[in-house]
Design a protein around this ligand. Structure first.
Ligand SMILES: [Zn+2]
Length: 376
């Protein structure tokens, strides 16, 4: 499986000469793209005469054929991967450097870049593409790298099961050798953020302040996204370290489970879908397998005896048969783990010792195939 990641880097500390050269290359690229897309009569002449690195010219042509770029807009300058290079070299200014091809400069121009240190290892991977943009007078580089990964399914792995819940964003447990351990919650703060912004929106809505509403919507999305990235990273790290496979409940019935208008809004706004995507993507990067099982009744079934229970309140599960009282999300996470383990056995894949108890509901349509990550 081929996976890609994009590193964002900022070009800084440019000397006046380098700044001028970069500006010239970038604006000539814009002129050329504009000339091609608006089909100016002299666009062929522009193509041959404009001061732009030849490989970058070809990229401009390819880009405008493929994407139909819009006029009056700046387009990222696409640098061909064989002409682009990065280097790690500890200097006074920075640790990271990038080489950008510039017209009439032999061997290109080295510019200092700033990027997150945690992405340092990514620079050793093969580069797919680099894009140069300018926004608010800052030069930015988007460097896309790729690597080949094979997902490994360990022999007799732990099962890290994740329930994407209502009260907390995720509840997770580990199942190994018939024992459930490591009950954990993630993303508790997300609900508070949602509520706060919903309240804020309502107040602003009354005052017809639409511009501000838009702005705070962006802010809210950014905050939630940050949490989602954090949760997915933590879960995947945990799985990678403990040699686990990740099992998720297939998302359905969440809307139905939420009663009442207010709860419905909170739930339907929760980006469960995004979280699933982040987990799947990060997992494949770390070579961790992700499986999905049908979520049907996982939140209503008692994990101890298999009877159908009730949820007297949002976060609580109560079983009428065996009297179990349990956190509802954790109960669901345990059911997901056990369902996966059972289904693996049914399919002849031995992941765990069998569970020695009878279960109320079983799902037979199950394919023991890891989920493929989707790119967005
Ligand atoms: Zn029970």
């Amino acid at each position: 499986m081929l996976l890609q990641k994009t590193i964002k880097a900022k070009i800084t500390n440019l000397t006046a000469t380098k700044e001028r050269l970069l500006e010239q290359e970038y604006s000539n690229y814009q002129i050329l793209i504009h000339s091609i897309i608006t089909n100016e009569p002299n666009c062929i002449e522009t193509y041959s005469s404009i001061n732009l690195y030849s490989a970058t010219k070809q990229q401009a042509l390819r880009f405008s054929k493929k994407h139909k770029p819009k006029p009056n807009r700046k387009h990222p300058m696409i640098i061909r991967r064989d002409k682009f290079k990065t280097e790690i070299q500890k200097t006074k200014i920075t640790k990271f450097w990038a080489r950008i091809p510039i017209c009439n400069i032999r061997g290109g121009m080295w510019v200092p870049i700033h990027m997150s240190y945690k992405h340092e290892h990514l620079l050793t991977l093969s580069i797919r593409q680099a894009k140069l943009t300018k926004s608010n007078n800052a030069w930015l580089l988007h460097i896309t790298v790729q690597k080949q990964t094979n997902i490994k399914i360990p022999h007799n792995p732990r099962i890290l099961s994740i329930d994407l819940g209502e009260k907390y964003m995720t509840a997770s447990v580990e199942l190994f050798n018939n024992k459930v351990t490591n009950h954990k919650f993630y993303g508790k703060e997300a609900r508070g953020i949602r509520r706060h912004y919903a309240w804020l929106r309502k107040r602003l809505g009354n005052r017809k302040n639409l511009g501000t509403i838009k702005m705070i919507e962006c802010k809210e999305r950014r905050k939630i996204n940050e949490i989602l990235h954090e949760i997915s990273a933590q879960l995947v790290n945990r799985a990678a370290e403990s040699n686990s496979v990740i099992v998720l409940g297939e998302l359905r019935g969440i809307q139905n489970a939420a009663k009442g208008k207010r709860m419905n809004r909170v739930v339907s706004n929760m980006p469960f879908h995004k979280l699933t995507q982040y987990i799947t993507y990060k997992a494949s990067w770390a070579r961790v397998a992700v499986f999905k099982v049908k979520e049907h009744r996982t939140s209503k079934t008692c994990h101890r005896c298999g009877s159908i229970g009730k949820r007297p309140s949002q976060g609580l599960f109560r079983c009428p048969s065996c009297g179990l009282q349990y956190n509802a999300d954790l109960n669901a996470a345990i059911n997901i783990a056990e369902r996966f383990s059972e289904q693996c056995l049914e399919n002849g894949v031995v992941l765990n010792p069998p569970l020695n108890r009878t279960r109320a509901c079983k799902v037979s349509t199950f394919q023991c195939k890891p989920v493929q990550p989707t790119f967005s």
